[in-house]
Design a protein around this ligand. Structure first.
Ligand code: MLT
Length: 428
């Protein structure tokens, strides 16, 4: 392979170095482009052709439907690992030994108490507040209660911030959910596993014991693993660029949560269920709605199908589809919404229009179905996505800081007014 790319501008040739990754991806290093060409830059709205960094955390191949965390396939991790192991792997680069895993969990448990004054912030929100706005605010507020989490130049300080947020975030998720449900806040039980404790904090009734259901534990564990990281997606890029100014971890995560909220990103799982509810309310005719999806003049948009990176299938969707069938079957759930979902899925997989446009069911299509089957309300789906993505955001933020990446400051091509004289108001 040549080591450089040649770019010719106005008769002047410039050699730009080529970078090759461990999976043979090739990039043009344009770090010297502007200085070498007296000001020429690249423009790439949405960064579809632009790498923001070199990263060793997650590899995905959109054409082949490959997703690996630190070299391990998502299929193997979803089947053989648990969420806390995967969080450790993403953040520190290796699967933990039993001792490392136990210490990691103990350190997280030691940080799972949230300052009582945070409840006053939670109480200030109306019940109707969207949980993503609540959890983003509470996450940012954690900085005020843990100021040492901002200047984390040492790996030791960074580790303390990491276990602190991994301990407190699930509590905030549960509290956000219970506030909406009008239930007293619960602190969970440190004798439980990480995911078991999340379920207990969310669903324990104030007047009874919580009985773990292994089907739900396994389903949530798998869902969190499948959402744990996805290289430089919108919310992860947000976490990295906010962190690049040396803002603290919690503030960077809060920004990432806000980015995830959008229906074009993490909010898609909520939008899928709202679409299914609308189809049900209109009689449940999936063929009618798939026809509407084909009609360019129809405002109906099919949510939960296709992916901007995966061109043939989303490997996470294949895993989660199997889990959806198992969970709902095991729970004996017979929900007309789920029948509508299966109707849309069948149409999309068999209709050449959708096959040609690679509009196959993605991870958001199935995750909402499982969350619904688990009794999680629709507007909490994206919060559950954030709970899964937390270790990925942490890993990417930590990598950016340890690699001492520069502050993110993109350039632009100006297309506004050229220089002009000020005109006093009486003469306008
Ligand atoms: C994700 O997992 O973040 C979503 O699939 C979106 C993406 O990767 O762009």
């Amino acid at each position: 392979m040549a080591n450089t790319a040649t770019i010719e501008i106005n008769g002047q040739k410039n050699e730009l170095p080529l970078i090759k990754g461990t999976e043979n991806e090739i990039a043009i290093d344009i770090t010297k482009l502007r200085s070498a060409t007296e000001g020429v830059i690249t423009v790439d709205p949405g960064y579809k052709n632009t790498g923001s960094c070199e990263s060793a955390i997650t590899f995905l191949d959109g054409e082949k439907g490959i997703l690996r965390y630190r070299g391990y396939s998502i299929e193997e991790l979803a089947e053989k690992a648990d969420f806390l192991e995967v969080a450790y792997l993403l953040i520190f680069g290796e699967l933990p030994t039993k001792e490392q895993n136990d210490k990691f969990h103990d350190d997280i448990k030691a940080e799972s108490i949230v300052d009582e004054d945070v409840k006053k912030i939670l109480d200030a929100f109306p019940k109707a507040a969207h949980p993503m706005g609540v959890i983003s605010s509470l996450t940012s507020a954690l900085t005020a209660f843990n100021p040492s989490s901002v200047n984390v130049d040492s790996e030791e300080d960074m580790y303390k911030s990491v276990v602190r947020i991994l301990g407190k975030f699930p509590v905030l998720v549960a509290w956000t959910f219970r506030k909406k449900e009008g239930l007293p806040l619960d602190y969970g039980d440190n004798s439980l596993g990480y995911v078991e404790n999340i379920l207990k904090m969310m669903f324990v009734k104030p007047n009874g014991e919580y009985t773990q259901n292994q089907i739900l534990v396994d389903a949530l564990d798998k869902l969190l693993i499948l959402h744990a990281d996805h290289e430089q997606n919108c919310s992860t890029s947000t976490v990295r660029i906010v962190g690049s100014s040396h803002a603290g971890l919690f503030a960077s995560l809060s920004a990432g949560i806000s980015a995830l909220w959008g229906p074009l990103h993490g909010g898609a799982n909520q939008a899928v269920l709202e679409m299914l509810e609308a189809i049900k309310a209109d009689g449940g005719d999936t063929k009618k709605y798939m026809a509407k999806a084909k009609d360019k003049s129809d405002p109906f948009r099919l949510m939960g199908f296709g992916h901007r990176v995966y061109k043939n299938f989303d490997p996470r969707a294949r895993i989660i589809k199997k889990a959806a069938d198992e969970v709902l079957g095991d729970l004996g759930i017979d929900d007309p919404i789920l029948d509508i979902a299966k109707g849309l899925e069948k149409e999309a997989l068999e209709d050449q229009y959708f096959v040609d446009r690679r509009l196959y069911p993605n991870v958001d299509f199935y995750s909402g179905i499982i969350y619904r089957g688990m009794g999680i309300p629709t507007d909490m789906f994206t919060v559950m996505f954030a709970l899964g993505r937390l270790p990925g955001w942490i890993a990417q933020w930590r990598e950016m800081r340890l690699r001492k990446e520069p502050i993110g400051r993109p350039r632009q091509v100006y297309i506004g007014e050229t220089a002009r004289e000020f005109v006093p108001i009486e003469k306008r």
